[in-house]
Write a protein that binds this ligand. Sequence first.
Ligand SMILES: C[S@@+](CC[C@H](N)C(=O)[O-])C[C@H]1O[C@@H](n2cnc3c(N)ncnc32)[C@H](O)[C@@H]1O
Length: 294
Amino acid sequence: MKTVIADCKNLEGHSLFVKFVRIFTVPILNNLPANFLQIFMRTSSQDAEVVLENVGSARALEVMYGRYRRNIFSRGVMQAVADLFWHHFVSQPKGVRNRLKIVENNLEKEISRILKEKKEKEINIVTIGGGSARGIAEVLNKYSDELKGWKVSVINLDKSLKAIELGKELAKEFGLFNNFKWINDLAQNVKLYVADNSVDVVEMVGLLDYFRDEKSVETFGKIYDILKENGLFMVGNIVSNKEQPFISKLGWPKMYYRSASDLSRLLSESRFLKEKGEIIFEPLKNHIVAVIKK
Ligand SMILES: C[S@@+](CC[C@H](N)C(=O)[O-])C[C@H]1O[C@@H](n2cnc3c(N)ncnc32)[C@H](O)[C@@H]1O
């Protein structure tokens, strides 16, 4: 599968200064005893504390996505310094914000295509392990004028009730509550709720990281079935990176770090054709997103 590095202007990288500081901070974070590291995070920053209390969840991601939604000094100077460190000198928060933007950019492209080409005014989207479904909500909100008169439905299948609550709050905030349907179940049961050949876009980001290969292929097969011909599938995976020891010391659930060729292989084992997609690295190369058509 073709691999590219995302070149969107709105993505985050590390400046020379940050790269220099990281020469010292990454080994320190990786080698600090886990309990000391956790105390340091809890006491230095509210954001770091919430991430720590919600490892692996949609709530933790919302904190990372939210960095630019408030002034960094809104909690005082000491918190600002700590937040600056946790949000900007550690790659993970920037990586997940980049991943979100890559998904949003590709969803925008697909919606624009559908708006031009589709005759029946209907768009069906499914997000699996969707959590807050921020990417989808933000894009639908941005396209609200163009989508007037269209029937837009989003199914968010997530095993966590807390994540579903978060998604409901966000959908309300964007005036999209009636477009969403939340289902509290596991990814592998998607076909109980969604008919074959009925979906325009399936998004599964932040979930494959926790699936072993067999479960990934099985889930991809079901996603292939529910997609319409020429429907779009976007799926993310974390890539092996320098911060792995630090992440596992936070108590983050076990993740399957995958390369672009690993992800490409799993997709082709489940009937997706390599020629119909590409794998996009976010600039820090901590995450990849495969964007592939049925
Ligand atoms: C790391 S969050 C990602 C949330 C969102 N997709 C995003 O990128 O911001 C993972 C989400 O997957 C959900 N999840 C975990 N295992 C699942 C499973 N087997 N089936 C469905 N959802 C699952 C969690 O509840 C959580 O909301």
